[in-house]
Design a protein around this ligand. Structure first.
Ligand code: KIV
Length: 274
């Protein structure tokens, strides 16, 4: 049995920190799952870190389903959460339910996530009422990046902080089982966390959230040109991969690879008649 929403709720009650990590493919999901991460998010950051788009806005349902299916195949204990892409939950109830349902029915995930607070709360309620667990996402919501004028910390004034608290409470009221707080000042994240019965999962929101989420490419150091302030590199895989590739190039060119152990042979006299 995979991790359930009851388990996640129990972790909040017990003060046990909740770890969430993104994954976008079978082999990474397998590693993350085997490491014991309880929540795997197939984030629409897929668009940026895997597909090379500048923002998440161009990610489609088909992109998400393709990758979510692979993550579900690669995992067995984690709850897999599919991120609903831009314009898949804004165009009316039946389209929204169909899209949320496709993550469950076609991709095989256990929950979905969408961005927004008070304004999407009725949508969240409809999805929950249809039996689909849903995670909210407030603060910096990347699908509104142009409206927010870039990747800025949110909730820095009394008004905007109050709005974020209202957003979080509206999501809880609508039935969300958890809420991501992205780029929110730590004291505000602490306050929201203390006011909610459901867990908060922070990214750039300080240490007081009930859990943390990171984009796996950031924490593995798969990019060398840009390291977000809110992430920590636990490995430098871009450096390791470049060095492995350079080693491969060098050995192919010098004739050291492949060695006899990497192939097979036969008695060369068998080739005499050819
Ligand atoms: O798409 C994503 O990876 C996310 C996380 C940053 C929370 O939404």
């Amino acid at each position: 049995m995979r991790v359930t929403i009851a388990k996640i709720q129990e972790m909040k009650q017990n003060g046990e920190k909740i770890v969430m990590l993104t994954a976008y493919d079978y082999s990474t999901a397998k590693i993350v799952d085997e490491a014991g991460v309880p929540l795997i998010l197939v984030g629409d950051t897929l668009g940026m870190v895997v597909l090379g788009y500048e923002t998440t806005l161009r990610v489609t349902m088909e992109d998400m389903l393709h990758h979510t299916k692979a993550v579900v195949r690669g995992s067995s204990q984690a709850m897999v959460i599919g991120d609903m892409p831009f314009l898949t939950y804004q165009l009316g109830e039946s389209e929204t339910l169909r899209n949320a349902g496709r993550f469950m029915q076609e991709a095989g995930c256990q929950a979905v996530k969408l961005e927004g607070g008070v304004t999407v709360a009725p949508t969240v309620k409809r999805i929950v009422d249809s039996g689909i667990p849903i995670m909210g996402h407030i603060g910096l919501t990347p699908q509104s990046i142009y409206q927010l004028s870039g990747h800025r910390v949110q909730g820095k004034t009394p008004d905007t902080a109050k709005r974020l608290l209202d957003d979080a409470l509206a999501l809880e009221q609508a039935g969300a089982f958890a809420v991501v707080l992205e780029l929110v000042p730590a004291p505000l994240a602490k306050l929201i966390t203390s006011r909610l019965k459901i867990p908060t999962i922070g990214i750039g929101a300080g240490p007081y959230c009930d859990g943390q989420v990171q984009v796996i490419h950031d924490m593995l150091g798969l990019f060398t040109d840009f390291v977000p302030k809110h992430s920590k590199q636990y490995a430098k895989l871009a450096v390791d991969i470049k060095s492995a590739v350079a080693g491969y190039i060098g050995e192919v060119k010098s004739g050291t690879f492949p060695g006899p152990e990497h192939g097979s042979t036969i008695d060369e006299s068998l080739l005499k008649g050819l």
